[in-house]
Design a protein around this ligand. Structure first.
Ligand SMILES: C[S@@+](CC[C@H](N)C(=O)[O-])C[C@H]1O[C@@H](n2cnc3c(N)ncnc32)[C@H](O)[C@@H]1O
Length: 401
């Protein structure tokens, strides 16, 4: 039993034994997509309430999902989107939302592999309740990070008070000791500003790195090709320094008399370690997600506030392997599916996605499925009229019956 204090109610107990009556999903063969003939496996789209979808997946996918990303309704208390975002009952704003999340997160945990992780998008309406709930379900020890994403560029001038320009992505592991992390590719602007090639080294651009060491240095003389002698507290042993010089890995400045530094080549970069601060300029802002939908559908109002694909790729890249199965059970417009397909295209991966979406306002069929179909088959960009090539993949569509 989980125990929490919510809305002043002390020791609130969630039921952790979730039972649903009948779970039936039927495949709609007419919606199947087969554009990757070299692959016999399928991505899945499940139309139905995700409580049932998670139960349905249990048979085949228990302990098999590597990464779960979800973007549930934030419980803003408004219903101005194409989906419900108001869980108010009996005067308690948070209780029903937490019960709703609790039952689904318990099932989600069972689907995760031992080294699996879950990422949950949220804003300040429920962030703090969600953190407590996740501590309860996944255990505080398995908290990995609270990513802070700058989703807006500037404040809304028509609003009073402090504009929030951030959202959050809470991340938990099933077992943190088993999780592995990938480094991220270096940012384009960082490469441009940092890596240069003033000596036209055939190995390509490099950044300079100090050769001095403050602690336990080794002092000896080195001589530049122009004959200038440098006696400094070096970072390298005499032997290793000789190897660096031999391999043309020391830069002696434009005229050969500058302070020597080590060349670190771009091709050798191991990428950058992820941090929990995600700047909009690096992964796009909220409005970019809407622009992406406009390019695909010609209408950004078809679905409000989809996440930008770049943000999804950023988050997934930290954890996924080339063959990971990725689940999103609040799929919305299907951004996670597009991100997985693009990651596969970028590195020849064989990742698979499973998306679950109910059919309120026909979202699953007319937005989620339609978007995936266009990304897989190719489509005309509605903003510039150019054809965007498809990313070959296979998809099966199941509907709750
Ligand atoms: C915030 S949106 C997700 C947006 C998505 N990340 C994107 O980029 O488009 C949440 C979605 O979850 C769906 N949803 C809400 N409750 C659900 C449920 N019980 N089962 C399945 N889908 C649900 C809503 O219809 C909505 O499309």
């Amino acid at each position: 039993m989980g125990v929490l204090s919510i809305g002043g109610k002390k020791n609130f107990k969630f039921d952790t034994h979730i039972v649903v009556d009948k779970v039936d999903f039927t495949e709609n063969k007419e919606l199947e997509l087969n554009s990757n003939k070299n692959d016999s496996s399928y991505n899945l789209l499940l139309e139905g309430d995700n409580l049932y979808s998670l139960h349905f997946l249990m048979k085949e996918y228990e302990n098999r999902i590597h990464v779960i990303y979800i973007d549930p309704p934030y419980n803003r208390g408004k219903n101005d989107f194409v989906y419900t975002d108001n869980f108010l009952t009996n005067g308690n704003k948070h209780l029903k939302w937490l019960e709703f999340m609790n039952s689904r997160l318990i099932l989600a945990k069972r689907l995760l592999r031992d080294d699996g992780v879950i990422l949950i998008s949220i804003d300040e309406n429920e962030l703090f309740h969600l953190k407590l709930l996740c501590d309860d379900i996944f255990d505080e020890e398995n908290f990995i990070a609270n990513f802070i994403w700058q989703n807006k560029y500037s404040p809304s001038n028509d609003k009073k008070g402090i504009t929030s320009v951030t959202e959050y992505i809470l991340c938990y592991a099933k077992d943190k000791t088993k999780v592995t992390y990938n480094n991220l590719p270096l940012r384009d602007d960082y490469i441009k500003n940092t890596y240069k090639n003033p000596d036209n080294d055939p190995r390509g651009p490099w950044r300079s790195c100090s050769l001095y060491r403050a602690k336990n240095p080794v002092s000896y003389e080195i001589v530049s090709p122009t004959g200038k002698v440098w006696n400094k507290p070096w970072n390298y042993s005499k032997e290793n320094m000789a190897k660096l010089i031999d391999d043309n890995r020391i830069y002696w400045g434009k005229d050969g008399n500058g302070v020597p530094s080590k060349k670190v080549f771009l091709f050798e970069s191991v990428g950058r370690k992820p941090t929990n601060l995600i700047l909009g300029k690096d992964v796009c802002f909220s409005l970019n997600g809407s622009e992406e939908l406009k390019e695909i559908f010609g209408n950004r109002e078809i679905f409000q506030h989809p996440k930008p694909v770049k943000l999804m790729k950023f988050l997934l890249q930290i954890f996924v392997k080339k063959d990971s199965i990725i689940l999103d059970f609040f799929a919305g417009s299907g951004t996670t599916g597009q991100a997985v397909l693009e990651l596969n295209r970028d590195d020849n991966g064989k990742r698979k996605f499973i998306l679950c979406q109910n059919n309120e306002n026909n979202i699953c069929m007319s937005v989620t499925y339609e978007r995936l179909k266009r990304i897989i088959k190719g489509y005309t960009n509605m903003k510039n009229g150019k054809f965007v090539a498809g990313i070959p993949a296979n998809l099966k569509y199941f509907k709750q019956t």
